[in-house]
Design a protein around this ligand. Structure first.
Ligand SMILES: NC(=O)c1ccc[n+]([C@@H]2O[C@H](COP(=O)([O-])OP(=O)(O)OC[C@H]3O[C@@H](n4cnc5c(N)ncnc54)[C@H](O)[C@@H]3O)[C@@H](O)[C@H]2O)c1
Length: 312
């Protein structure tokens, strides 16, 4: 199965940077374009990548040359280098993008706008993948068709072909370390797109599982209620932060406690996933804890902002 020659990663947060790195270092995609609407995120992301590559070199996992080649394959694209509202998408198209992995913030409206801009600017055969943790791939595929304009219906042949190239590729955090990629077909995803997504994940060094397009997919439909229960335990004073995390670490053998894990994922991302689970199922068991909402209101987003349940 052919791998992309030019991969574009949208969003240079903790996931986008990790995906760009494994695509370059492991899958050896010749060109990996990294775009974020916030140029500071790209600068921060590239510096973090350097640190990870140097760590691999010092441990003898890769050579200096491999690290240098991996770095050279990654090209940053920022708002300042692209003009107009969709200038970034035009630039990704002009540079020959044949696969995208969208890893922007977990908000439906953000992702819908991105997918619309992608169909307006990229070649018709480019695979459009999302790293979303919970948002419906079927919905994103619908948004991609809307990008073609009001005259193209979602059920027309053109609409079906466009939606058929949208797929979920859900990597885990930290991407260079975690061995799994969950692949999610939407209702419209073609078999060829699914195979290209799987081949890409395998080339990035991952084992692949497949989940149906349900809110949270398999992974977060199981993980998020667990994290939410831990936050509710803290909220109700059942135990302290340290005792909740210690219980799971030492009693159940988890590598980190649920509150620490929520901090690592990002509390805004956890809240967004829980809201998708709750809205998508209307099942009260998925209601996000009030404390989680308040922490996000306070801007305490976990490790990435320097404060969450722990200080960083
Ligand atoms: N954090 C995790 O553990 C984890 C795991 C698997 C999947 N995900 C998913 O990956 C995606 C990214 O998560 P993250 O943890 O990297 O978030 P993050 O907050 O670290 O990064 C998100 C990035 O998206 C950028 N962004 C926002 N809107 C944009 C736009 N319109 N165009 C371009 N860039 C935009 C932001 O500037 C930011 O750099 C989300 O969909 C999330 O659910 C996260």
């Amino acid at each position: 199965m052919a791998l992309p020659r030019t991969l574009s990663v949208i969003g240079a947060g903790q996931m986008g940077v990790g995906i760009a790195l494994v695509a370059s270092l492991r899958a050896q995609i010749p060109k990996v374009l990294l775009y974020d609407r916030d140029p500071a995120q790209i600068t921060k992301g590239l510096a973090f990548m350097d640190k990870l590559l140097q760590k691999d070199v010092s441990k003898g996992k890769i050579s200096e040359e491999q690290a240098k080649a991996a770095k050279e394959r990654i090209i940053s694209v920022s708002h300042s280098s692209a003009t107009g509202e969709s200038g970034w998408a035009r630039e990704l198209g002009e540079r020959g993008t044949d696969m995208v992995v969208e890893a922007a913030s977990e908000r439906l409206s953000i992702k819908e706008n991105i997918f619309q801009a992608l169909t307006q600017n990229l070649s018709k055969d480019a695979v459009l993948a999302s790293n979303t943790s919970s948002i419906s791939i079927t919905k994103l595929a619908g948004a991609a068709v809307d990008g073609l304009g009001a005259s193209v219906s979602r059920a027309s042949e053109e609409g079906k072909a466009c939606a058929g190239r949208v797929v979920g590729v859900h990597f885990f955090n930290p991407v260079p370390v975690m061995k799994l990629c969950e692949v999610i077909p939407g209702l419209q995803t073609s078999d060829a797109t699914l195979e290209r997504a799987r081949a890409f994940a395998v080339a990035c060094g991952k084992e692949v599982t497949t989940s149906k397009d349900v809110p949270g997919f398999v992974s977060n439909a199981l993980l998020m209620p667990f994290l939410n229960e831990a936050i509710m335990c803290l909220e109700s004073g059942t135990a302290t932060r340290d005792d909740i995390d210690k219980t799971l670490r030492l009693g159940m053998g988890h590598p980190m406690g649920p509150l620490q894990l929520a901090d690592f994922i990002g509390l805004d991302t956890c809240l967004a996933i829980q809201e998708t689970l709750y809205d998508g199922t209307r099942d009260s068991k998925y209601r996000p804890s009030v404390l989680l909402g308040r922490m996000v209101d306070a801007g305490w987003l976990g490790k990435k902002s320097g404060k969450g349940f722990y200080d960083y």
